[in-house]
Design a protein around this ligand. Structure first.
Ligand SMILES: C[S@@+](CC[C@H](N)C(=O)[O-])C[C@H]1O[C@@H](n2cnc3c(N)ncnc32)[C@H](O)[C@@H]1O
Length: 220
């Protein structure tokens, strides 16, 4: 870790507050601000936190939904066990992830997922948009109608298309930057409220009527 980074971090009030309050990450304050500004959670809610390591958002969500609520935290990185948070070691995009989350729907799906940074901004931006698309695809399977969706994305020219893809699925979709997000950082947050419901189940199509060519003689 570079000396400048360490000095900057010491001066950062959100980092110091996170250390003091046992919040695991300064990112926790971003969710706390978002939840103060938008009605993302209610007491008793069931929350899915994608890209949850080291666990800052999950702890904030757990405290907001209270003991009657629950939080499922997903990440390929290890998350130290925390009371009241169920950890699923996995990755958004894995085909078996939805089955591992159980049959009950979630009231809120959160994604603070970040791609591994390549250093080429256009690549990192595109990867971050793909992560939001992955989170949204999963939300379409597991989020209850009326539920909330929050996702981080790196700002850039693909965001307008992303918003246009997501917006019809929500009563309201906002783009915002919480104060705890560093001024120089390119991240913004999309907050979708009032989910309109997931993909309709595929309609079972009846077998086409047998044609003379395809009809199989019954004696074969
Ligand atoms: C900025 S950190 C999240 C910080 C967290 N919200 C907190 O408050 O502690 C981003 C996380 O996204 C995770 N991530 C990246 N791609 C992912 C994927 N496909 N599925 C799940 N997690 C992913 C990374 O492993 C990393 O832990």
């Amino acid at each position: 870790m570079g000396r400048r980074f360490v000095d900057q971090r010491r001066r950062d009030r959100y980092y110091r507050a996170a250390q003091r309050e046992g919040l695991r990450s300064r990112a926790a304050f971003k969710l706390a601000h978002l939840a103060g500004r938008f009605p993302i959670f209610a007491v008793g809610d069931r929350v899915l936190d994608l890209g949850a390591a080291p666990g800052g958002w999950s702890i904030v969500a757990r405290d907001l939904v209270g003991p009657r609520g629950s939080v499922v935290a997903v990440d390929p990185r290890r998350i130290e066990p925390v009371e009241g948070i169920h950890v699923v070691h996995g990755r958004v995009g894995d085909l078996n992830l939805p089955a591992r989350l159980g049959p009950a729907r979630f009231d809120a799906v959160l994604s603070d997922m970040s791609p591994s940074i390549s250093g080429a901004y256009a690549t990192d931006h595109a990867r971050s948009v793909d992560l939001v698309r992955g989170a949204f695809a999963l939300a379409q399977e597991v989020l209850r109608p009326g539920g909330s969706f929050v996702a981080k994305v790196f700002a850039g020219d693909l965001v307008d298309d992303l918003v246009a893809q997501l917006a019809p699925s929500f009563a309201r979709l906002a783009r915002t930057k919480p104060p705890a997000s560093r001024a120089g950082s390119s991240e913004i947050y999309l907050v979708g409220l009032g989910f309109r419901g997931g993909r309709p189940a595929p309609v079972a199509t009846p077998d086409p009527p047998a044609t003379a060519m395809s009809r199989v003689p019954s004696h074969i």
